[in-house]
Design a protein around this ligand. Structure first.
Ligand code: GLU
Length: 473
């Protein structure tokens, strides 16, 4: 069997949408499952963008996520260069070849003429399609314009009739009438290729076996297939991925403030948890397993199980998965994860290192992401605690003030240790007769303002005796 080769082909924009990262992940998994090759190709044919930092950003993100590139700008490889901007002569050569074969043509229409066509189309309320004006220029006319350096683009000459179809591995049979396809631009007037051309040339020359990308390319793929046919090349398999959408169906978008990979990372989400979550966005394993190491993903991933309905981005689920990963960290690792957030928010100068470590330890199992530590532990750094309406309601029950009074007396004269606090709670139970929720909850609410949290004796110990007594009064 032919060795699987997949590619991640980002444009260097300087950030990584979750959708992009998911494409990279699926491409990686599909290749690695069969011991194939995963390629990084930088699609930098839009020269207005600054590339250097953006490429570093992409490669840093992939390595944080444990996605290893086999061939690419940094690794090199037999099929380079891996920057499209360094492959311009290749695109030129193949475009000219298409012109010679009559499958593409020079178009000298200027912006003014195209603008008129666009206006006309908009008046008639139809989609603008180039009208093929330059398709039948005579050889002499073409040579003359070229000799005069008239600016031109090269357009694909679409067949006027027939149907082009393919079987997408996720969406099934896709068929388009050729008459509806525009004579799309392959080479722009600045000599750069369009995505529509470069993706075909590169996927072919780089021997890509499976093209995995967002479904925005689903309906333009027939145009690409006509290029493969023109060259008499075999086309790769196509795996188009459903969009990641928000609740309500809107696409995730950076412009609307939706989180990118780096936003999540900077909020203290763990890259391997993000990857685990993304794997489940659009793909489902055979069983109900939800937590996967990269190795398990590689073994279990099966593109036949990619679903073609939109994948809904669910922050709660991401947080749950991330929380599972945080639980498994060592204390040192959690410490490293949350310390920057603590230091940036609170004055820790009068707290010992042990105290801070203990605080982090008792909250480890309650954390969904690093930055969340700030709100979880705010009660340790504020004089005034805020009590929720729900908690206020709870405190209205009979007997609660008595229980609190008993507890206060119990702790007044003890040495402040976790064990003694625990004993004081047990004594309070004995003396007041309160038990279960009616024992712990009032103490928790009165001292921490919260209805949920870490083990009560441990939390009280860290709060300190003075603060606890003060809050009880
Ligand atoms: N540069 C394209 C993008 O970022 C790549 C699409 C593809 O994978 O073919 O959308």
């Amino acid at each position: 069997m032919e060795k699987i080769r997949t590619r991640f082909a980002p444009s260097p924009t300087g950030y990584m949408h979750l959708g992009n990262l998911r494409s990279a992940l699926f491409e990686y998994l599909i290749a690695k499952k069969e011991n194939g090759t995963f390629i990084l190709r930088i699609e930098d044919t839009d020269q207005k963008r600054i590339v250097d930092d953006a490429v570093k950003f992409i490669t840093d993100t992939l390595s944080l996520c444990d996605i290893h590139v086999d061939e690419g700008p940094m690794q090199g490889g037999e099929y380079g260069p891996y920057y499209q901007s360094e492959r311009l002569d290749i695109y030129q050569k193949y475009a000219k070849q298409l012109v010679d074969m009559g499958k593409a043509y020079y178009c000298f229409c200027d912006e003014e003429r195209l603008e008129e066509l666009r206006e006309e189309a908009s008046l008639r309320k139809v989609a603008f399609l180039y009208d093929g004006h330059c398709r039948n220029l005579s050889k002499e006319e073409i040579l003359e314009k070229l000799a005069n350096h008239t600016p031109y683009v090269i357009r694909q000459a679409m067949p006027k009739d027939g149907i082009t179809s393919y079987d997408d591995l996720v969406y099934g049979h896709i068929a388009v009438e050729n008459a509806l396809l525009e004579d799309q631009i392959l080479i722009k007037s600045d000599g750069y290729p369009t995505y529509n051309f470069a993706n075909v040339i590169d996927d072919h020359l780089m021997n890509i076996t499976h093209v995995v990308r967002g479904n925005e390319y689903l309906s333009s793929t027939p145009k690409y297939l006509l290029l493969y046919q023109a060259f008499n090349w075999t086309s790769p398999e196509y795996i188009h991925l459903p969009h990641i959408v928000k609740e309500g169906g809107k696409k995730l978008s950076k412009r609307e403030g939706d989180a990118s990979f780096m936003d999540l990372y900077n909020d203290g989400y763990l890259p391997n948890a993000i990857i685990n979550y993304l794997a489940l966005l659009g793909w489902s394993p055979i069983n109900n397993q939800e937590i996967f190491t990269m190795q398990e993903l590689i073994e279990n991933f099966d593109y036949h199980r990619i679903n073609n309905s939109p994948a809904i981005y669910d922050v709660k689920k991401l947080q749950w998965i991330n929380g599972q990963y945080i639980k498994k960290l060592s204390l040192d690792e959690v410490y490293k994860l949350v310390m920057p957030f603590l230091e940036n928010t609170y004055d820790l100068s009068n707290k010992s290192k042990e105290w801070v470590r203990e605080l982090i330890r008792i909250y480890q199992n309650h954390l969904s992401y690093g930055r969340e530590i700030v709100e979880l532990v705010s009660l340790f750094f504020q004089d005034e605690i805020i009590i929720s309406d729900e908690a206020v309601e709870f405190m209205k029950q009979d007997g609660i003030s008595h229980t609190l009074e008993v507890f206060k007396n119990q702790i007044e004269n003890i040495t402040w240790t976790v064990e003694n606090i625990n004993q004081a709670i047990l004594n309070t139970k004995e003396e007041s007769g309160a038990k279960g929720k009616l024992l712990y909850m009032p103490i928790r609410i009165k001292t921490t303002g919260q209805m949920h949290g870490p083990e009560l004796p441990e939390a009280l110990f860290l709060l300190g005796k003075d603060a606890v007594l003060k809050r009880l009064s």
